[in-house]
Design a protein around this ligand. Structure first.
Ligand code: G1P
Length: 290
């Protein structure tokens, strides 16, 4: 069975990036000249997904607009002969089918995913968190889908982090099945280092069987008074197997100031037109500080 739908929760307030996010959705902040959300949608599309379900909130309409047509802008650019830009804009609006549902109150990530229940239906689906950008040769979601195709069970993207960073992630414990694959047996949301079951942190890419919804429905407000996705995963774990996969690729947390700067520099260095002048600038800037 091919997984066709991906849920992307975009109702988050982006408080770590205020004041930039006072009026601009954090998902639209640029990494060089591409809004962060476009990388995330591209990953889903490159992995074979053909419908994106945005779980949105107030002030987030710009995200859907970004994937819509822009006839006025296209007309002006056509008149000016800027064909390349016209093609780029048209490609974005044709990228993928987009639908949305509102999360009316900020009740947590688990609640956001639950809001997509009717749009997802009873098939397995992907969740991508827009704070996580993953630069990988094989898209991270594609790597997880390969595990799903073999196991037919839910799959979590994992990366190793030092225990001192465990408080920023959901951390799993489990049994190694092969070099990158494990069968999860515990999951703890943002533990203190001493309580972390391992160094394996969940990064924001998940494949879920639809049973996750009935689990999320039963989840009571947990850490921070929010309905945590991790608590839904813990519930699912009591009924079904869940696998974790240490994906290959570089992860950036672009919901965080340093992560956003890192991603910006890394992606700029990949661009032929920016690489050399940026390298020169960075070397100079670092030397001046030393
Ligand atoms: C969420 C999840 C957490 C996961 C993280 C990945 O936390 O609750 O389990 O490790 O995403 O980015 P957030 O970053 O939204 O606080």
């Amino acid at each position: 069975m091919r997984i066709k739908k991906a849920v992307i929760p975009v109702a988050g307030l982006g408080t770590r990036l205020l004041p930039a996010t006072k009026t601009v959705p954090k998902e639209l902040l640029p990494i060089v000249d591409v809004p962060a959300i476009q990388y995330v949608v591209q990953e889903a599309v490159d992995s074979g997904v053909d419908e994106i379900i945005f779980v949105t909130g107030r002030g987030k309409d710009g995200i859907e607009d970004h994937f819509d047509e822009s006839p006025e802008l296209v007309q002006v650019l056509e008149q000016r002969g800027q064909k390349e830009l016209v093609e780029q804009l048209k490609a974005i609006s044709k990228m993928v089918e987009v639908v949305s549902v509102r999360q009316k109150q900020p009740l947590g990530l688990g609640h956001a995913v639950l809001c997509a229940r009717d749009l997802v239906g009873s098939e397995p689906f992907v969740v991508l968190l827009p704070d996580d950008i993953i630069d990988a040769e094989v898209p991270c979601v594609r790597q997880l889908l390969e595990v799903f195709e073999q196991t037919k069970e839910s799959v979590l993207a994992l990366r190793r982090v030092p225990k001192s960073e465990a408080h920023r992630y959901g951390i799993v414990g489990g049994k190694a099945m092969s070099e990158r694959l494990c069968q999860v047996d515990t999951v703890v949301e943002k533990p203190q280092p001493a309580d972390a079951p391992s160094e394996l942190a969940i990064v924001g890419r998940y494949i879920f069987r639809s049973e996750i919804f009935s689990m999320l429905e039963k989840v009571a407000p947990g850490r921070g008074g929010e309905i945590q996705l991790t608590d839904g995963i813990a519930g699912l774990l009591r009924e079904r197997k869940i696998f974790g996969y240490e994906f290959s690729g570089i992860h950036y947390d672009v919901g965080d100031k340093l992560g956003l700067v890192r991603a910006t520099v890394a992606y700029a260095l990949k661009r032929a037109d920016l690489r050399e002048p940026l390298k020169k600038f960075l070397a100079q800037a670092v030397n001046e500080k030393l």
